[in-house]
Ligand binder design. Structure first.
Ligand code: IPM
Ligand code: MN
Length: 364
């Protein structure tokens, strides 16, 4: 199979972790007889520095022509002082909107060998296997008006939380479809005791539930959901929620696994290419030091193999390799237990590639 991958390394540790994922993809291509070609594009701070804007047209074109997009991370203190429309984050938000990547999938699963890395008790987190389905192109991130009005102490700042029924329906449907191939349970998270958008969200969720009689629907208020994620995370299967609630809750849930450095994500549209990125940020404090954990980006690449290319056994092979490396006790600094020697980004990547190679040799 020939696939064109758009690669947007971005800022901070982005280029390092993206290079890791590409080493793994190359190994997969080699082993399974595929050919992946990579076209690099600029996004975020790098694009601001070199092209004067966070999302150059050229980058959008590269992405649109691809079969899948691999992204590192964007942002850093260097660009913090810039006005909103010129911030690196605006590049990422623009790309999500431009490609209509409305469905953001963020799986949170516990690796047995990492149970001790979580700040929560082992019995709370064992067997946790949940999936966030976060709405990604609407809500308060994009609503208009967004502006400042007035001056002095009377100055006000406005953001707008707005969703159409159609936007709600397509993301909630996606969650139900995914629940069908998991444990048939959807928790819809909202703030229906306060927000009008949430009250309509509940109505739409009830309507969608009628289409999926085998899937159980539960509504949960977002404050309670934040508490339940820490109290008893095992109760969740698929969690569907709007853009900002999903942003906050998925960072929180990542700590169940011990590190933000472990979690992948996929952002999907209804037909175009999907975008795959770790949920962690650009970590400017450790950039260029070889300290970053590449596993979230490598598992994002595994999601690309499965969701965009339909290469299920290839994606499984990568996930199995990650699991095996962790079981063998290898750790990067962020997940390292006391007394262990942490591996660098490159060393960790090599471990994953080596295990992939070893497992292929066993099968052959
Ligand atoms: C994420 C990030 C982004 C978001 C930022 C960088 C705009 O936090 O992907 O979760 O808020 O969506
Ligand atoms: Mn976030």
């Amino acid at each position: 199979m020939n696939k064109k991958i758009a690669v947007l390394p971005g800022d901070g540790i982005g280029p390092e972790v993206v290079a890791s994922a590409i080493s793994v993809l190359d190994e997969v291509a080699n082993q399974f007889g595929h050919s992946f070609t990579y076209t690099y594009g600029k996004l975020g701070g790098k694009a601001i520095d070199e092209d004067g804007e966070p999302l150059p047209e050229k980058t959008i074109a590269i992405c649109k022509e691809s079969d899948g997009i691999l992204l590192g991370a964007v942002g850093g203190p260097k660009w913090d002082g810039l006005p909103g429309h010129l911030r690196p984050e605006k590049g990422l938000l623009g790309l999500r909107k431009e490609l209509e990547l409305f469905a953001n999938l963020r799986p949170v699963a516990i690796f047995d060998s990492l149970r001790k890395a979580s700040s929560l008790k082992e019995e709370v987190i064992e067997d946790v296997d949940l999936l966030f389905v976060r709405e990604l192109t609407g809500g308060i991130y994009f609503g208009e008006p967004r502006e400042r009005r007035g001056a002095g102490e009377e100055e006000v700042a406005i953001d707008t939380l707005v969703y159409s029924r159609a936007e709600m329906r397509r993301i909630i449907r996606k969650a139900f479809e995914l629940a069908k191939v998991r444990k048939n349970h959807v928790t819809s998270v909202d703030k229906a005791n306060v927000l009008e958008t949430s009250r309509m969200w509940r109505e739409v969720a009830e309507e969608v539930a009628q289409e999926f009689p085998e899937v159980e629907l539960e509504h949960m208020l977002v404050d309670n959901a934040a508490m339940q994620l820490i109290r008893q995370p095992k109760q969740f299967d698929v969690i569907v929620t709007e853009n900002m609630f999903g942003d906050i809750l998925s960072d929180q849930a990542s700590m169940l696994t011990g590190s933000l450095g472990m979690l992948p994500s996929a952002s999907l549209s209804s037909d175009g290419p999907g975008l795959y990125e770790p949920i962690h940020g650009s970590a400017p404090d450790i950039a260029g030091k070889g300290l970053a954990n590449p596993l979230a980006t490598i598992s994002s690449a595994a999601m690309m193999l499965k969701y965009s290319f339909g290469l299920i056994k290839e994606g499984d092979a990568v996930e199995k390799a990650i699991n095996e490396v962790l079981t063998n006790g290898y750790r990067t600094a962020d997940i390292c237990e006391d007394g262990k020697e942490p591996l660098s980004t490159e060393q960790m990547t090599k471990k994953v590639v080596d295990v992939l190679r070893k497992n292929a040799a066993i099968q052959a």
